[in-house]
Design a protein around this ligand. Structure first.
Ligand code: F6P
Length: 362
């Protein structure tokens, strides 16, 4: 097998499972006798002078800690020299050129980019950055909003984190006969709230993709056989005429109806937690697929899981399959997003289980 020099980096928000992917890729490179370099801090590390790298070839990668959340390579500052702030300052071209130069200097044959739909969209939109090497992407995000893949790294662990969190809340909820309105992450995609809500048998699940009626929600809670429970609310929902955090909006409505309640914000705990078995298996599948793609000289592709099958698709297929929306931070750039579709089996299961999921699909 031809010798290769591989770069690997994690970009966008962190999540559990990144270290498992890195570990599996590093192991495969060692088996193939390929060199592997870790880029620290994602694109910020490529932008830095000198480029922030770590040689993973002989590094004693901590296999025993590869189940821990975060990324040993770091994801970069949310506020520093990243794409968004460069774009805001009108310096995107300079930024991209610098990345291109760094990659060239590293003399890489392939780059494994582990990122969410923002990073993948940018990789598709600015292919010149990675020209001259094979670009193989691996989708990760707790939001599960990447088109054309049934799973993304980190989602399952985030659901598990929410389940553990709600299990704890339910104990105190029961003691005080009160409801907890749990606001999940997920941006404008309801997958995280939907899965966690079904898993904990929430009494209501509110997601951005489905309109809901606050009076019907109140009625549903009042008719519940219990006087405590979980109302799972995705951070992306909105109610006309109300501002502030969605969980607080719901709380005010419940207060008006004299339903005792508290709000709860698990926040970044959703991106932490030991990687679940399911995320580790996904990491193994994606890493194996990425390595095969490199062996086969593929480029501008991403790994996906579709109906139980691991394979690669082109970044162009990924980008065109989703709902393209303007990137709020990069003028002229779009991101491609997936959402909870009306035929999502969990909606039916939730509804059949007596969970209030709203009124009308948007
Ligand atoms: O995209 C992942 C995510 O965790 C979203 O669910 C959330 O809205 C956002 O990132 C939070 O970003 P930050 O960590 O920058 O606050």
């Amino acid at each position: 097998m031809a010798h290769k020099k591989i770069g690997i980096m994690t970009t966008g928000g962190d999540c559990s499972g990144l270290n498992t992917v890195i570990q599996r890729i590093v192991d495969a490179c060692r088996r193939n006798k390929w060199d592997i370099i870790g880029i620290q801090d994602g694109t910020d590390g490529l932008y830095s002078n000198p480029t922030k790298t770590v040689d993973l070839t002989n590094d004693a990668f901590q296999f025993a800690s590869s189940h821990l959340a975060g990324s040993i390579l770091s994801n970069g500052h949310a506020w520093a020299t990243n794409f968004e702030s460069s774009a805001r300052a009108g310096k995107l071209n300079t930024f991209n050129k610098r990345l291109q130069k760094s990659i060239k200097e590293l003399q890489l044959d392939a780059m494994v980019l582990i990122g969410g739909n923002g990073s993948l969209s940018l990789a598709y939109l600015y292919p010149e950055i990675y020209s001259g090497l094979q670009l193989v992407c691996i989708p990760k995000t707790i939001d599960m909003d990447v088109p054309l893949t049934d799973k993304t790294i980190g989602f399952d662990t985030a659901v598990q984190q929410l389940v553990s969190y709600c299990d704890q809340l339910l104990l105190t909820a029961r003691s005080h006969h009160r409801w907890f309105i749990v606001q999940t992450m997920g941006r404008d995609c309801g997958n995280l709230a939907l899965s966690a809500g079904v898993a904990v048998a929430a009494d209501a699940i509110l997601i951005p993709e489905i309109k809901f009626d606050i009076e019907n929600l109140v009625k549903h809670i009042k008719q519940s056989k219990r006087d405590y429970g979980i109302i799972m609310v995705s951070e992306g929902i909105s109610i006309r005429g109300h501002s502030g955090k969605p969980a607080e909006m719901i709380s005010r409505a419940l207060n008006t109806a004299n339903i005792p309640n508290r709000t709860a914000f698990p926040e970044h705990i959703q991106r932490a937690g030991d990687t679940t078995a399911s995320d580790r298996i996904l990491a193994a599948g994606f890493a194996d697929t990425a390595i095969k793609a490199i062996e086969n000289n593929e480029t501008n592709v991403m790994t996906v899981l579709q109906n139980g099958e691991y394979k690669t698709i082109s970044l162009s297929d990924f980008f065109n399959a989703g709902k393209q929306q303007k990137d709020p931070n990069i003028i002229g750039a779009m991101t491609s997003n997936a959402y909870v579709e009306p035929d999502n089996v969990l909606l039916q299961i939730a509804s059949d289980s007596g969970i209030y999921i709203g009124e009308k699909r948007k």
